[in-house]
Design a protein around this ligand. Structure first.
Ligand SMILES: Cc1cc2nc3c(=O)[nH]c(=O)nc-3n(C[C@H](O)[C@H](O)[C@H](O)COP(=O)(O)OP(=O)(O)OC[C@H]3O[C@@H](n4cnc5c(N)ncnc54)[C@H](O)[C@@H]3O)c2cc1C
Length: 468
């Protein structure tokens, strides 16, 4: 493809203004504030999977609520270091009281203390052996540089679906393992590499730390993190509605030419690609990488919602606000037609103490990833279904929400099936010449904010190293 001109030249172009791309830009500018770093973002907003909305609350007030990422485990180093550096405060997730579990037969059971699985002893033994295997294997993961872990390529070339199948002796045990993996990642086990799972567990402080360590939230909402990063990067350096369509090597100039859908051409010494894998598959690399892109599989979507209330009536009735539907979660990968769509609910109290319930719905299943969103097209339709189900679990007051908002995270094609990619596509190394890989969806960085921050920092450090 011939380029006739360039709109501007800069030092580094970052593709994608999610947490990973923003962290990469912030890290580069922290190293050298004179660098010309630009971010090209396809959508009209910054933040990617971070989305904070303002809702009406009690006493005519408003407050901030997250509809994207929200929980930060205490033990995850990179995200917590970044929060401290940006002077962002956290507060704990409310967890006192009964937790509710929807069983596979549709019954809802509420229990005090840890939720016990209603299964037979052999299935339970299967699950214990799964935990032991995962726990000890995760100890061996090198968090600084996962590709240096023992058997790294094998771990990233095997899906959790295959791992669970191999580990389980009973169908009950296999069901439990699948549910644990799905509840943990909100994605099908077939689309999660063993490496990703183990990295995530170790980065959260190991299996033992999972229950207690996962539940802190950001005061004022996650979007604040993006705002603080943008304040360093400067808004004028982030170009929204600029979807990158190709990245071309310009060997004579020793630069990369990055072209957007609107026809802009930006030349840069380095490019950081910080987008989901499904979007990488849409990018044209010139010359092409010596790889063949496989037809990417679906990953399941989800619908996050928040309903605000005048008071936390569920707490008064002894509920923590936690609800998890084994039925909805398993129905995403198994044939369970009566299930869904409510999957998870939690107490969603805001920083300023405004009462709310927060949760997620499934959007469909592997066979039909959009059956829920096809049926419940408008927010009002979804609100009616959510409030009715909340009333069944926590009582009639749930119908009296002050405000409601939701966000549909569409199912995506192509979020990793690493076994198909790893030996062909060099995601494992942080850079391929002047192109550097970041982003939480690029294995082995795992689908969480720590992975986004970590991979953004490493991509920036690679560039800093190359610039010496
Ligand atoms: C509902 C939900 C809840 C979550 N909860 C948690 C949680 O509690 N804790 C946690 O740690 N993690 C959580 N996560 C995961 C976490 O949000 C993500 O892992 C992280 O934010 C991803 O950051 P990223 O920068 O890698 O990718 P993204 O946020 O996906 O950003 C990528 C950006 O690239 C842009 N882009 C794509 N293609 C192009 C292109 N061709 N040109 C230009 N721009 C492009 C996209 O528009 C997007 O803005 C949650 C995610 C969701 C959806």
């Amino acid at each position: 493809m011939a380029y006739t001109g360039r709109d501007f030249d800069c030092d580094v172009v970052i593709v994608g203004a999610g947490l990973s791309g923003l962290t990469a830009a912030y890290t580069l500018l922290k190293h050298d504030s004179n660098l010309d770093v630009r971010i090209l973002e396809a959508s009209d907003r910054i933040g990617g999977e971070i989305l904070t909305k303002t809702l009406k609350c009690a006493n005519g007030e408003t407050d901030q609520f997250d509809l994207g990422a929200y929980h930060i485990p205490e033990k995850q180093k990179e995200i917590n270091d970044l929060l401290a550096e940006l002077d962002i405060q956290k507060y704990p997730q409310y967890e006192e009281g009964k937790k509710s579990l929807e069983l596979l037969d549709g019954q809802v059971k509420s229990v005090l203390g840890p939720i016990m699985m209603p299964v037979g002893i052999t299935a339970l033994l299967d699950l214990v052996s799964f935990f032991i295997k995962v726990g000890s294997a995760s100890n061996a993961i090198n968090l600084e540089n996962p590709q240096l872990s023992v058997n790294a390529a094998d771990l990233d070339g095997t899906s959790m679906e295959d791992f669970c199948k191999k580990t389980a002796w009973t169908t009950g045990g296999a069901d439990l393992m699948d549910m644990m993996v799905m509840a943990f990642h909100e994605r099908a086990p077939a689309h999660i590499s063993v490496m990703e799972h183990l990295y995530l567990i170790k980065s959260r402080g190991g299996l033992m730390a999972l229950e207690s360590g996962y539940n802190t939230k950001i005061k004022g909402g996650m979007y604040q993190v993006c705002q603080k990063l943008v304040a360093h990067i400067k808004e004028e350096n982030i170009h929204t509605r600029e979807k990158v369509v190709s990245i071309a090597q310009e060997d004579r100039l020793e630069r990369e030419l990055v072209r957007t859908q609107s026809g802009k051409v930006v030349s840069a010494k380095h490019v950081v690609v910080a987008v989901p894998l499904s979007n990488i598959a849409d990018l044209e690399f010139i010359p092409p990488f010596a790889i063949e892109m496989p037809a990417p599989p679906y990953t399941l979507g989800s619908i996050s919602f928040v309903a605000t209330y005048s008071q936390p009536f569920w707490r008064d009735a002894g509920f923590s606000g936690h609800f998890i539907s084994l039925l909805s979660i398993l129905a995403q990968i198994r044939e369970l037609p009566q299930a869904g769509p409510l999957a998870i609910v939690m107490d969603g109290e805001s920083t300023n103490g405004h009462a709310a319930l927060f949760g997620s719905l499934v959007t469909g299943n592997m066979r039909n990833p959009t059956w829920v969103t096809d049926k419940l097209k408008t927010m009002d339709e979804r609100k009616a279904v959510v409030l009715t189900k909340l009333a069944e679990i926590f009582g009639r007051q749930a119908e009296q929400a002050i405000d409601y908002a939701d966000h549909v995270w569409e199912p995506q094609e192509g979020v990793q099936e690493m076994s198909k990619f790893m030996d062909k596509f060099a995601f494992f190394s942080q850079s391929s010449g002047r192109v550097h890989w970041a982003g939480t969806h690029v294995s082995p960085w795992a689908g969480n904010m720590n992975g986004a921050v970590h991979s953004g920092i490493l991509a920036a450090n690679d560039i800093i190293e190359q610039m010496k």
